[in-house]
Design a protein around this ligand. Structure first.
Ligand SMILES: Cc1cc2nc3c(=O)[nH]c(=O)nc-3n(C[C@H](O)[C@H](O)[C@H](O)COP(=O)(O)OP(=O)(O)OC[C@H]3O[C@@H](n4cnc5c(N)ncnc54)[C@H](O)[C@@H]3O)c2cc1C
Length: 389
């Protein structure tokens, strides 16, 4: 059945009137691009200067887009969403770390969360970021084919070992693990490592999922190659399909170093590439499982149409939808209402450490990126329905 994404009563059923007002106020603020630019600069400065602005950030963007500063904070949110059929993926969103013990901390978090995933039906996957487990520059050096020093080789062994521990534990507990994708110039090394993990741990079912950013024009070819390898070597593939979150950075770098940008030439080309990947996976569901991470209504409708054409149940375990906490509740909750497998990424971590994540969310929600007007019009509609205007 086709979900009704206009149903705001279902979309915002967990929001109190004051939370609804706060969301409306917040999206109105971040719709303003110059304000987001200034706000980002001021916040970065204030954090570096150790000014006491954490309370302000918490009460505004943080509480809207994050579950809390630690796992316990997130539990009430996870339980409340689960009552409405929405699952949660706890996402330790501390970014930009460079030190070994911080990578070990991120591994420990992932291992702990895997235990939660095993115990709690409300949590279907664990997730980690490649640069949560190792230094960006190290991935980059490997991706560029440079020779590592002895120390770097030892450092890379430790990165492999972290992937190994996380993926083995997921396999032993019989739960699944998503691995995010990041900037293209470090991604090859991460992809190679994830492939090694899939070979080892996806023999019977998709335990390890890599992420494909379909704003990259080379990802369809990559997906086809991956399928060839999986067929030859007989393992299952898990893929999270997204459009991609680093477009500006990618285009700027390509321009600066004078190489062809890896990003599709237009939004339409990205959309087509995304659709193509989804259709390709749906044609090979016996071998590839999909987690569609998107806030695009049309993409969700298309996937549902293909499920219906193949007479697949909404609860098919190989097909998942996902949105980010604080965004596109109209998609998440209306999909859940019809019984589709749907989850929210629930980011958490110390306020100052999740700032890069929050800044990405604010930037992608400016009026230029386009998503805000949709959020605003739905929030407005619900305010009216509740007679709050
Ligand atoms: C559950 C979940 C997990 C995610 N995990 C990751 C991850 O691991 N790695 C990651 O990078 N992102 C990730 N994202 C973010 C995602 O990549 C997108 O940034 C975000 O979801 C917006 O895209 P959309 O499909 O929702 O929809 P839309 O709003 O329809 O698309 C916006 C996207 O289209 C692309 N785009 C916009 N303009 C152009 C243009 N001119 N030319 C070419 N392309 C254009 C960009 O990718 C932009 O983000 C995740 C998102 C979700 C919901």
């Amino acid at each position: 059945m086709r979900p009704d994404f206009e149903n705001t009563a279902i979309a915002f059923q967990l929001k109190t009137d004051s939370e609804l007002e706060r969301a409306y106020f917040l999206f109105r603020l971040i719709a303003n691009e110059p304000l987001v630019k200034i706000g980002t600069a001021v916040t970065n400065f204030a954090i570096k200067a150790h000014l006491p602005i954490e309370g302000l950030i918490r009460a505004s963007v943080f509480d809207h887009f994050c579950g809390g500063v630690n796992e316990e904070d997130c539990l009430p949110i996870i339980d409340r969403m689960y009552e409405k059929g929405v699952r949660s993926i706890l996402d330790y969103s501390v970014e930009g770390k460079e030190v070994e013990n911080q990578f070990d901390d991120a591994l420990l978090k992932t291992l702990e969360i895997l235990d939660f995933v095993k115990e709690k039906d409300a949590m279907p996957f664990a997730v980690f970021k490649p640069t949560g487990f190792g230094r960006f520059q190290l991935y980059q050096k490997l991706s560029e084919g440079a020779t590592l020093t002895d120390d770097e080789n030892a450092e890379w062994e430790r990165v492999i070992n972290r992937y190994e521990q996380a993926c083995k534990k997921a396999h032993d507990l019989d739960v699944s693990l998503l691995i995010d994708a990041e900037e293209s110039w470090m991604q090859d090394a991460a992809d190679d490592l994830v492939l090694q993990m899939m070979r080892k741990y996806n023999k019977e079912k998709p335990v390890v999922y890599n992420t494909l950013q379909m704003y990259r024009w080379d990802r369809m070819d990559y997906l086809k190659q991956l399928l060839e390898i999986a067929e030859q070597e007989d393992f299952q593939i898990g893929v999270k399909v997204v459009r991609g979150a680093y477009m500006e950075k990618e285009n700027e770098r390509a321009k600066e170093y004078n190489y062809q940008s890896p990003i599709c030439e237009s939004k339409q080309a990205t959309d087509d590439n995304f659709d193509q990947a989804v259709s390709y996976i749906m044609e090979h569901l016996d071998r590839i499982s999909i987690y569609a991470g998107t806030h695009n209504e049309e993409s969700c409708h298309r996937l549902i149409e293909q499920m219906e054409a193949k007479k697949l149940e909404a609860t098919n375990p190989n097909i998942w939808f996902g949105q980010l906490y604080g965004m596109s509740d109209h998609i998440t909750f209306n999909l859940a209402e019809l019984g589709y497998n749907v989850s929210k990424y629930v980011p958490y971590g110390p306020v100052r450490d999740v700032m890069p994540y929050l800044i990405r969310r604010a930037e992608e929600n400016t009026s230029v990126a386009g998503q805000t007007s949709r959020e605003l019009s739905l929030l407005k509609k619900e305010k009216k329905r509740r007679k709050l205007d």
